[in-house]
Structures are given as C-alpha cells and as structure tokens.
Write a protein that binds this ligand. Structure first.
Ligand SMILES: [Zn+2]
Ligand SMILES: [Zn+2]
Length: 150
C-alpha cells in the first residue's frame, strides 16, 4: 500500500538560485548573468537582508531585514538603493536591477520631497496649478538695468 508522494510542493526555499523575501515572503529568483549576480533585494518590496560583510560573501552574523530608505543617484545618473539594517543600523548601497518595481523605486525617491522639514510655499519658482510649468518671477526679467540719463 505504498502510494507515490505527489510532488506538488516546490522546494523553492532550498534552491540556491532563489531566496524567500524576508519582508513580503515572495520567492525571488536569482537570474544568471544579467549583471545582477549578487541580487540581494526583493524586486517587489525592495527589502534586503543583512547577509554580507563584503558583497556576496554571506558571512555577516546579523541576518536582520534591511529596509530600503533612499535612492542614491550616482555620478553618471545610475540609481542605487540605500538599505538600512533594522537591527544594527548599517547602511549599504546596492545597484538596482532591471526587474525592480519601478513604482516602489519612485516612492522611495519621492519620500524626502513629500515630507520636507521646512515650509516650501513662497520660496523659489511658483508652480502654475494649470500645469504650465514654473512661473518665473517677473521682477527685472534678467535684463541689466541701465541708467538712461543721456
Ligand atoms: Zn519582498
Ligand atoms: Zn545588521
């Protein structure tokens, strides 16, 4: 009376070419040779985990979740994610990947602008609510003042 065990359960947790996101529980495949060999964050929620001492070595004893806290725009325009460890506070910069959730990336990039620590109203160029772009202050208009006393 020995029935074959149905192989319905994928052993995704044990595979070395994927990991389970510590934040949202998603199984994250690690693509081969796409410039993301050391894929270290979830493409959906962008959370990471404090596993490495040097990139890819998996030798950190911390293992705590790392929250994506900021976008760093590198010289040349490449974006990197700044992760902060929720246990030890370590900050790390990680390259973004082609399959990262673009809306989640933009949310992090806009986070600081959404909560400025100082009032913005009344400073700098005023945005036209009709969508016409910045309304420049017409004072002097950039023309050098000339004393017309001829
Ligand atoms: Zn996730
Ligand atoms: Zn840590």
């Amino acid at each position: 009376m020995s029935r074959p065990v149905p192989i319905s359960v994928q052993h995704s947790m044990a595979r070395e070419d994927s990991f389970i996101c510590i934040h949202c529980g998603r199984a994250v495949p690690i693509p081969e040779g796409k410039g993301t060999r050391n894929r270290n964050h979830c493409p959906a929620c962008l959370w990471s985990r404090h596993l490495d001492i040097t990139p890819g070595d998996r030798r950190s004893g911390c293992k705590a979740p790392m929250e994506p806290v900021a976008i760093w725009c590198r010289p040349g325009g490449e974006w990197a994610l700044i992760h902060r460890c929720t246990a030890c506070g370590m900050l790390k910069a990680n390259r973004i990947a082609g399959d990262d959730n673009e809306f989640a990336l933009l949310q992090i990039a806009a986070m600081a602008l959404a909560q400025p620590p100082f009032p913005i109203a009344g400073r700098g160029p005023v945005l036209d609510p009709s969508g016409g772009g910045p309304v420049l202050n017409p004072s002097r208009g950039g023309q050098p003042e000339r004393s017309t006393s001829s």
